[in-house]
Design a protein. Structure first.
Length: 386
């Protein structure tokens, strides 16, 4: 089996595809259902209890006796006031924090997996990722500059770091596309090299900015560049969805055209595919979605690289199936990695018999720790070839 970006498209029967899609969807729904019960807080909030509170179902008062959240005064009885306060606490912890965080992880994972799979097809390159054109470097440079300058004014819930990161990511891709429209059009490999080169330039500029920053600013810069889902607000979700929803719809609906594009520009054009239009539209919407994710959560790696290849092994290279499946599995993978980032430190502290503090592992670290072994095993076992 080859990489997603290099496989010939073979028709697959619905009988062979539906079980995989169904399994991925069931996995994703299961993760969302139990997400109110998973978090870094030591407070014991079960997912069943959280959903009862959310749906307004009656609670078993007898089981709440002795629960410090419900029986605040410790008298062995749960008064109506204490029950009301208990419901408010459960809603806050289970849904305002944990479920909202899982939804954000879902949005991030879906976007990165879709954009990664699309770029691998567009550039016909197995190693293409959502950040191939330099989006991560540009977004990181914009965020680093905003942190160093000390911008604090927010607008409609959008922080200056997010705005500068978004502008930086789009700016680098715009520079790459301007180069591509020069007197001599760039090939796919030259376009990729342009993005990598600009990314290296942004990395050098980031190191220069860090050199003239104080310790507190440097820590914030490093923390942002590792990728994180720690800051969860309704404004963040509201500002993210308008950018990623059109990205999802356009890329999934482009599956048929991308199948023809795999065969080569000339053959695709002979079959009625507007090659240039497909390239431009897919690159623009994928760039917009990736830049929005990077601006909100920082660069989160390996989701857009590994997930499309894993999905290709399951359902085949047909983009009409591969892209939706990658979106589902990418969301599930990111949710699971976010849980691991929250539970790693408490679990390590329990094993060592001491408190390790409330620090969380950056989700970008966890995705790399899981993605690298998976990627290397797939390479070593020869399940696909570059």
């Amino acid at each position: 089996m080859q990489f997603a970006g290099a496989c010939p498209v073979r028709p697959l029967s619905p009988r062979s595809v539906i079980p995989w899609l169904g399994a991925c969807l069931v996995l994703l729904l299961a993760l969302l259902v139990i997400s109110p019960g998973i978090g870094s807080q030591l407070t014991a909030v079960g997912w069943r209890q959280a959903w009862k509170v959310r749906l307004g179902l009656p609670l078993d008062i007898a089981s709440l006796r002795g629960d410090p959240l419900a029986d605040a005064d410790g008298d062995g009885d749960v008064s109506p006031l204490e029950l009301s306060q208990y419901r408010a606490i459960i809603r806050s912890i289970g849904f305002d924090q944990r479920f909202a965080r899982s939804l954000l992880a879902l949005v991030v994972g879906v976007t990165l997996a879709l954009c990664g799979g699309t770029f691998q097809v567009l550039f016909r390159n197995a190693l293409a990722t959502p950040y191939t054109l330099g989006i991560a470097g540009g977004a990181s440079l914009g965020a680093v500059i905003a942190i160093r300058v000390g911008f604090t004014q927010t607008w409609m819930g959008v922080s200056p770091v997010m705005a500068c990161a978004f502008a930086g990511g789009l700016g680098v891709v715009a520079a790459v596309l301007v180069m591509a429209r020069g007197p001599r059009p760039l090939t796919s490999n030259e376009l990729l090299l342009s993005g990598v080169t600009l990314g290296m330039f942004c990395a050098a500029m980031m190191m220069a900015v860090q050199t003239i920053s104080n310790e507190r600013q440097t820590f914030r810069m490093i923390q942002w560049m590792l990728g994180s889902l720690n800051t969860i607000t309704n404004a963040k979700a509201i500002t993210l969805l308008p950018f990623v929803l059109p990205c999802w719809v356009v890329l999934i609906l482009s599956g048929r055209a991308l199948n023809q594009y795999r065969l080569g520009d000339e053959l695709a054009a002979s079959r009625g595919v507007p090659v240039v239009r497909v390239q431009v539209i897919c690159v623009l919407v994928a760039t917009l979605g990736t830049a929005a994710v990077a601006a909100n959560c920082g660069p989160i790696g390996f989701v857009g690289l590994v997930v499309p290849h894993v999905v290709t092994l399951m359902v085949g290279p047909d983009c009409r199936v591969m892209l939706p499946a990658a979106a589902i599995l990418g969301g599930a993978f990111t949710i699971a990695c976010d849980w691991a980032s929250q539970l790693a430190m408490p679990a390590a502290g329990a094993l060592m018999g001491r408190e390790l503090g409330a620090a969380l592992l950056p989700i970008g670290t966890v995705t790399a720790m899981i993605g690298v072994p998976v990627f290397l095993v797939m390479l070593r076992t020869g399940r696909f070839r570059i």
